[in-house]
Design a protein around this ligand. Structure first.
Ligand code: ADP
Length: 612
């Protein structure tokens, strides 16, 4: 298990190295895909013009929302590999002297690419379509509701990776994920880890696979009972591949398992039942958390800050032979409890039978619960579960998208179902490969007459999850960022720096007598330097602004020199001597295009995040 860093550190690291690594991979694949690569921009624009306007939401799926951006907290479990320098990084490379007014056609097309909206194929989004549409609209991206002849940047699949043939871009499903999170497969994968690291994996109830392990189950229960006659366990039987509480029942003794018929045709998992869950308003509830698996290698996991809490609709009592069959007391499934007369639809996100998890945390916090500890236990549960699934997922991935062959990169939103025990320890119930992203629910208007109505709590949580997932997967983000001048804390684009250079140079050159002089004269350089210093260090007096910028430039120049010396020693750059540089060569945009800089320690220097 890797050391956990602060969220900010991790977020900034992912924004740089990991995204770069993923894009370099994607670039490599697109390069192989002759059909997709090198498509002229003009054709892309024509294609966009020809494409029909986004379809109206389907009649059964409606809803609109304005949800404020809410960033996801970030986690990583492995240090991302540094990105190899390849074609995509044109804008990340140091610019030569900051005065190249002439631009190559390559740069122009790169600029076009970074300014055009990200394209999303939503034709296979199914029930997540409404939330996806809202997210795309909020991001001002371009939706292709009927698919597109040219490749899209992102393909949003409602069900599985194999929904269609894709050779480039990114798809929101990993091959093999559905199989990997089925109840039996998940139990097997976690059990392997439990055998290796029993302490680390004690968040998953002891489970047996039926019918194969029925005898083992009977023997182990008998053994524990013999050792402790006061032990009165309860077990929960869950059919493999089932969902929404389908076919689930509770038992007190292995002999109660309904072996006849069904198990042979439908294998199941039998699991220790958690008898002492945390209750709120005397009701049992569980947590649906959304987890983004952004990449398998390097492993990148994001956990959404908010999720849903789904409540039972009958006050909880510890299981007894009298109440074992009370599903509204023991099963938290929304799909079951919605049929209870006690189900409470609420316009508020902190009341009713479905609430935001953040509202639960608030409530716990007000009662003095250490919610940081709860979160950190949940985070570690999520990471360890993904780690248990990763080896087999990689096998699926490599067989479906062999390295060197054209194919998309994958990401996926997973739904983690978690129960909090009375002692606040989180327990993993299951992982869903296709968590529901519906943002409306059925309401019975009059007896037997149902209508889909927007669900505020679903919309608030799910739209934010999809939108932030898209933002994290934005394939053009790096290009846009690399086009901003690193010298400015506000958004000063490289194009703006070019214009600044041209304007100031022209003005000063028109004033100088010697018209033969080319480039920027010293006075022009000073004016530009002062201007940039003011933009970057807004709050300081002018002389400190300038001093700070000089420090910053010197610092980065010295880094470049060090780098060159190291490279020179290893022979990769042919041992060129450090470049001392004229004033023009110290034009700030050049050395500061490097992004992986350690924090400055000088009193005038500013911490790293001010640069990115
Ligand atoms: P499904 O995929 O059919 O929803 P789950 O594994 O999520 O199956 O179980 C359904 C519900 O049963 C859960 O939401 C939870 O309320 C309850 N449940 C499942 N496993 C346990 C367990 N080990 N202990 C206590 N309650 C459980």
């Amino acid at each position: 298990m890797q050391r956990r860093n602060s969220e900010r550190e991790l977020a900034s690291r992912w924004e740089t190295e990991a995204v770069a690594a993923a894009k370099a991979q994607a670039a490599e694949r697109v390069r192989v895909d002759a059909g997709a690569a090198g498509e002229p921009e003009r054709r892309a624009r024509e294609e966009q013009a020809m494409d029909p306007a986004p379809a109206q939401p389907r009649a059964t799926e409606e809803g609109d929302a304005r949800v404020l951006p809410r960033p996801l907290p970030t986690l990583t479990v492995s240090k991302p590999k540094p990105a190899p320098a390849r074609g995509l990084w044109t804008h990340g490379k140091p610019r030569s002297k900051g005065r190249n007014c002439k631009r190559s056609s390559g740069r122009r097309s790169d600029e076009y690419r970074s300014q055009r909206p990200v394209t999303v194929d939503s034709s296979k989004a199914r029930t997540s379509l409404d939330a996806l549409k809202i997210s795309i609209r909020q991001l001002k991206w371009k939706e292709f509701p009927f698919g597109r002849r040219l490749p899209c940047d992102i393909y949003w699949h409602g069900v599985s990776f194999h929904d269609s043939d894709i050779f480039s871009g990114q798809v929101n499903k990993f091959p093999g994920m559905t199989e990997m999170v089925r109840k039996i497969t998940l139990s097997r994968a976690v059990r392997i880890m439990q055998n290796l690291f029993p302490e680390e994996y004690n968040f998953y109830p002891r489970s047996w696979i039926l019918p194969d392990e029925f005898q083992l189950f009977v023997a182990q229960v008998r053994m524990v009972k013999d050792g402790d006659p006061s032990w009165k366990p309860t077990f929960i039987v869950k059919p493999d591949g089932g969902c929404q509480g389908d076919g689930i029942y509770l038992i007190k003794d292995p002999s109660d398992i309904r072996l006849a018929g069904t198990l042979q045709s439908r294998p199941a998992v039998v699991q220790e039942y958690i008898c002492k869950p945390l209750l709120i308003d005397k009701l049992k509830f569980d947590i649906r958390l959304y987890v983004l698996l952004k990449s398998l290698d390097p492993l990148e996991i994001y956990i959404a800050k908010d999720g849903l809490s789904r409540f039972c609709t009958e006050p909880y009592q510890e299981p007894s032979s009298k109440n074992l069959h009370h599903i509204f007391m023991h099963l938290t499934n929304y799909s079951l409890n919605i049929h209870s007369g006690n189900f409470v639809h609420s316009d508020s996100t902190s009341t009713g039978s479905k609430r935001t998890f953040s509202s639960i945390l608030c409530r716990l916090s007000s009662k003095g619960v250490d919610i940081k500890k709860v979160w950190s236990d949940i985070i570690s549960l999520v990471i360890k579960t993904v780690i248990a699934l990763t080896p087999e997922l990689k096998v699926f991935y490599q067989s479906d998208i062999p390295a060197g062959r054209p194919g998309p990169t994958c990401f996926q939103i997973l739904g983690f179902d978690i129960l909090l025990m009375k002692n606040l320890k989180p327990v993993l119930l299951e992982v869903n490969a296709n968590p529901s992203m519906r943002i409306e629910h059925e309401q019975e208007l009059s007896p037997g007459v149902f209508e889909n109505v927007p669900s505020l709590v679903d919309e608030e949580v799910k739209v934010a999850v999809i939108r932030d997932t898209l933002r994290l997967m934005d394939p053009l983000k790096k290009k846009r960022e690399s086009q901003n001048c690193k010298l400015s804390s506000s958004s000063l684009s490289m194009a703006a720096v070019d214009i600044l250079y041209i304007d100031i140079t022209r003005r000063w050159n028109s004033m100088t007598l010697d018209q033969r002089e080319s480039g920027m004269c010293l006075q022009a350089f000073i004016e530009a330097f002062f201007y940039l210093a003011q933009r970057k260090f807004k709050m300081l007096p002018l002389h400190e602004q300038v001093a700070s910028l000089i420090d910053l430039c010197e610092y980065h120049l010295s880094l470049l020199d060090e780098k060159r010396l190291v490279c020179g020693r290893s022979g990769t750059l042919g041992g060129r001597p450090p470049d001392i540089g004229s004033p023009q060569e110290a034009t700030p945009a050049a050395p500061l295009a490097e992004s992986n800089l350690p924090p400055c320690t000088d009193k005038h220097s500013h911490p790293r995040h001010a640069l990115s």
